[in-house]
Design a protein around this ligand. Structure first.
Ligand code: WTA
Length: 666
């Protein structure tokens, strides 16, 4: 939900007294922060040294071949699987629980019927076995790419870690994406192997996955092998001989103590590709390196989450998104944490499932989302009030701006009005958290709704159209110096990397977010400044939904905009021009909504479809989405001088008003 400037309680500050960790004044933090950004190379080297390197780096930062392409810790060698597993197995953490996994199904009393606890040693063994099979049976080698399309089960991080052990570059595709979206991502990464499952549980129903993979492979010829994990145990899973293989068969003759030497990869070796939405064209494959990325995760796990060995840590994201990559897999495993992982829906079988989980495992550090909080607010206080959540000592949210009302509700009900609760800002591209209320070495005063301050070693600012630093006014969020979690590039498209992120303000990273820097230097991220929307925190390009609509035979043109929604933050609304010979109807509206679900995935389904005869365009034919959005929001149009045909706006307004009357919404 983008937040309006006028709604922000700029002067509110909350000091948390009952906090075991250090409190810091804004001034003290600023002084320390300035020192760190004065010499980022020295500062980040001091953090990177805390990881175990097979070979130390020669230089902390090298532009290669020129900015904005950088190698962090150039010349250094390490391995992500070694650092997250072998290191702990060689220590007292060997038999410490790494993952507590809870499946969705429950018995008649509402208790979970499937809970798995995997120690670091268990995980180490499974990862080694799989890496052994990947290498000896699937012929995977350093630099190969694979796609992972799996639900929230421990085998998902196991595949990621086994790939990392071999230096195989993996691309995880969110299991809610459609066959078309999956095929696009396989083709872009040119993956040889895909790992999937027969399905998973969601709201008491079995969701089948393998069939989606089969459909995707029809147009993804690079795939040679499909490995299927039996999560549900359904019998009629179609298997193609010679191509498809059950996970259990692949591993049946691999010894329990199989060991694969972790590949000593260069610091800049790509750990993974993660596709994310932008404004135009196909999704971008953001590439993260190994050494810089892990350094940033190590720092933020310590600073932002204050992670301790006796903590139970829970991040509610799906591993299909960056939050899961960084803060369910690599970050917490690097620190040897005990991590809760849950398969299913937050409200199944009742709206207190998440509170049960916190209570059952005694969660201490909790990473959540604004959409989830707003959903629970709607269910009513009775669901949360009956649970003892007093173990939670620190919490954060992520993914979209948090409105002060949702912040207060969560702080009261989960945080007992006494624990630190921040809204961490970051994005797929940044690798890890960059702005927080616990930025480093302590906690600064909380301001509900704000993101806090840039972490040490990160030079973030808010600028106007000319790139001039501004305070107290809305501007663009930028990052002025390289940071270790930055992307290496966009997979296969380095010039796009430069154009998208480093050309609006030459040489500095443009995040694409509106933000305000207030008088204390706190950052308030307000929402996207481009044609990207966040639906329940999930990032989508409006063009993806438009392309899906246009691929339907009845549709000539489409314009999609994000509009505020009380729970999901934003939802897509589509204006559609039909091809001649097609008439608007409720059936067609329904059909198009289903169509978008099928082409992109359920999260992309427009909440409304409005039929019009033309779209507002500039004289050069560009759709003016800003005007479309203003119509939907019932706002004054502002500058409409470049509009080619004013009647298009009148028509859109009329059509939208009629639809509103019909469905009775305001
Ligand atoms: C938005 C998710 C406000 C922002 C980690 C950003 C936020 C986009 C916050 C990236 C926050 C993320 N407050 N907005 N705490 N966190 N965003 O790539 O618009 O899925 O650009 O990464 O989410 O989304 P992505």
């Amino acid at each position: 939900m983008s937040i309006e400037e006028k709604d922000l309680p700029f002067d509110e500050k909350i000091i948390i007294n009952k906090w075991s960790h250090k409190n810091m004044t804004i001034e003290d933090y600023k002084k320390l922060h300035e020192k760190t950004i004065a010499n980022i190379e020295e500062f980040w080297s001091s953090i990177a040294k805390e990881l175990d390197w097979f070979k130390p780096w020669d230089k902390p930062l090298v532009a290669d071949p020129q900015p904005p392409f950088y190698k962090w810790f150039a010349g250094g060698k390490l391995n992500a699987s070694y650092l997250t597993l072998d290191k702990h197995v060689a220590s007292w953490r060997k038999n410490k629980v790494a993952y507590i996994w809870e499946g969705e199904p429950v018995d008649s009393k509402g208790n979970p019927t499937e809970v798995r606890r995997l120690t670091y040693y268990d995980l180490y063994r499974e990862v080694n076995r799989l890496a052994y099979a990947m290498k000896t049976k699937l012929g995977l080698r350093k630099g190969d790419t694979i796609t992972i399309y799996m639900p929230m089960i421990p085998e998902l991080p196991i595949v990621m870690l086994a790939a990392a052990r071999l230096g195989v570059i993996f691309s995880v595709v969110f299991s809610g994406f459609s066959a078309t979206a999956l095929a696009d991502r396989i083709n872009d990464a040119k993956s040889r192997v895909i790992f999937t499952a027969d399905g998973f549980w969601r709201r008491g129903k079995q969701v089948r996955l393998k069939e989606v993979v089969d459909e995707a492979i029809k147009s993804a010829p690079s795939i040679e092998k499909v490995v299927v994990y039996r999560r549900l145990g359904i019998n009629d899973v179609p298997m193609t001989q010679g191509r498809d293989q059950w996970w259990s068969d692949l591993l049946s003759d691999v010894p329990v103590n199989a060991y694969i030497e972790p590949e000593h990869v260069e610091s800049e070796h790509p750990l993974y590709i993660l596709y994310t939405s932008g404004t135009t064209g196909k999704p971008k494959g953001i590439v993260h390196d190994t050494g810089g990325y892990l350094t940033e995760l190590h720092a933020t796990m310590k600073w932002v989450f204050d992670i301790k060995d006796d903590d139970v840590y829970w991040c509610v994201a799906d591993i299909g998104w960056v939050t899961g990559h960084s803060y369910i897999v690599f970050g917490p495993l690097l620190e040897g944490a005990t991590i809760v992982m849950y398969e299913g829906a937050p409200d199944y079988p009742a709206p207190d499932r998440w509170w049960q989980i916190i209570e059952r495992y005694g969660v201490n550090v909790y990473y959540t989302t604004p959409t989830a909080i707003r959903t629970f607010m709607k269910f009513g206080d009775e669901w949360i009030s009956k649970h003892d959540l007093s173990t939670v000592r620190l919490m954060h949210s992520v993914g979209e701006p948090i409105n002060p009302e949702a912040w207060r509700w969560a702080w009261k009900w989960i945080g007992r009005n006494e624990i630190p609760f921040g809204s961490t800002w970051w994005m797929t591209e940044t690798g890890g958290i960059l702005v927080s209320h616990v930025p480093g070495w302590g906690l600064i005063p909380l301001k509900p709704g704000t993101n806090g301050m840039p972490i040490p070693g990160v030079d973030a600012d808010v600028v106007d159209d000319e790139g001039k630093s501004i305070q107290g006014k809305r501007g663009y969020l930028i990052i002025k110096k390289p940071w270790p979690g930055m992307p290496l590039t966009i997979w296969g498209d380095p010039s796009r990397f430069v154009n998208v992120y480093f050309s609006k303000f030459p040489g500095v990273f443009y995040a694409g977010d509106w933000a305000i820097k207030d008088d204390d230097g706190y950052i308030w991220v307000l929402g996207r400044a481009d044609e990207v929307i966040k639906v329940a925190g999930h990032r989508l390009g409006t063009y993806e939904i438009e392309s899906a609509l246009i691929s339907h035979k009845a549709v000539a043109e489409a314009a999609v905009v994000g509009v505020p929604d009380q729970v999901k933050g934003e939802v897509p609304v589509a204006f559609v021009v039909l091809r001649s010979g097609n008439a608007p109807s409720d059936e067609l509206r329904k059909e198009l909504r289903v169509w978008v679900r099928q082409v992109v995935g359920p999260i992309a389904e427009p909440s409304n479809i409005i039929f019009v005869s033309k779209l507002p365009k500039t004289r050069s034919g560009k759709i003016m989405r800003r005007l479309v959005r203003q119509v939907v929001m019932n706002q004054p149009l502002g500058d409409a001088t470049t509009l080619e045909d004013e009647t298009s706006i009148d028509e859109a307004k009329k059509a939208y008003d009629e639809l509103r009357k019909e469905i009775g919404s305001t």
